[in-house]
Design a protein around this ligand. Sequence first.
Ligand code: PHB
Length: 404
Amino acid sequence: MPSAVTRTTVGIVGAGPAGLMLSHLLARRGIDSTVVDHRTREEIESTHRAGILEAGSVRLLTETGVSDRVLRDGRPHAGIELRFQGTSHRIDFQHLVGESVWLYPQTDVFVDLADARERDGGDVRFGVTGTRVVDLTTERPGILFRDAEGAQREVRCDILVGADGAHGVCRSAVPEAARTLFYHEYPFAWFGVLVEAPPSAAELVYTHSGRGFALISQRTESVQRMYFQCDPDEDPAAWSEDRIWTELQARVRGADGFALKEGPVTDRSVLRFRSLVCEPMRYGSMLLAGDAAHTVPPTGAKGLNLALSDVRVLAQVVGNAMSTRNRALLDDYGPRALRRVWRAQHFSYWMTSMLHRVPGSTDFDVRRQLGALRSVVDSTAGSAYLAESYTGGEIHHHTFAGRT
Ligand code: PHB
């Protein structure tokens, strides 16, 4: 069967937030794109991911006309609690750096982007199979796939973007000799639960305890998201609801009497932890964005924000390369994106190592961790570093209207 061939300027693999936001930003510059994803819209919508947006990410969504639903349904959080030795310490982002973050789940970001692309007539194909990327070192790379009806398709483009996540086909299509993977594996994971209960605290609570890390996050007035550090091989099915609550309560307990409001556990999963960066972020006519290029552990809530900041740079660089007909400008993308990526890698690693119990750690290690936490909460400079990094660092000085 010969395949139906279509042409577009930018072919995008992956219809998560990175791929859809890129397609949206390119459309604003008059650049057409086609996005394909092997998942259906429903599959992506029902995947639970992290929930914190930097102010810059919120501005990118609202000021470029994706949607302002985040301003109505999202909640601004002006700080977090760092909890250790049974006491909570508030890090006041507004006071320290004049910024807040927004609690707005990634699934909602995805829904807003998918709706916006549909509203604006974007070409997004969900539920495709057998995706392959070809001819990456030519000026006419292609995406081959079967569409949702099973027909063989071929999209030819000028520039191909791999936004297909950590396990996608794009990064693995780069020959090993043409890239370096920088990699760090952590000896623990997160046990994540969704629970039906009222919020236990006004803001997110990041907890260091002798039993390991716990994070008390939120979703709505009646649904909460919580995590506790576990073994990477932990079987989520082996935990009764009682055991989950006993473990969470034990980790947050303290002299101040703080306790979690309990309720039924409606979803559970184990999230693996790693840090990874693929360099360069370009191979021939293909550019990598978001998790396809780099992964961070969830402790700093940076994954989605990094993906959005990648494609903001990427849309500018592609715009420049197309308008000047100079493909050499594509080389600007990686180095510009990587500055922010490595800062976020450091921040995520730093938060992770300060808060988690490392198997086999000594009393010295634990006392040193507490010293690190003290260096944050007892020092304005220490707190400000956390606040600046958590809320998005330098990016909050930018506005996006008219520039993206
Ligand atoms: C979440 O709400 O899912 C969440 C929040 C903050 C994190 C990680 C996950 O650092």
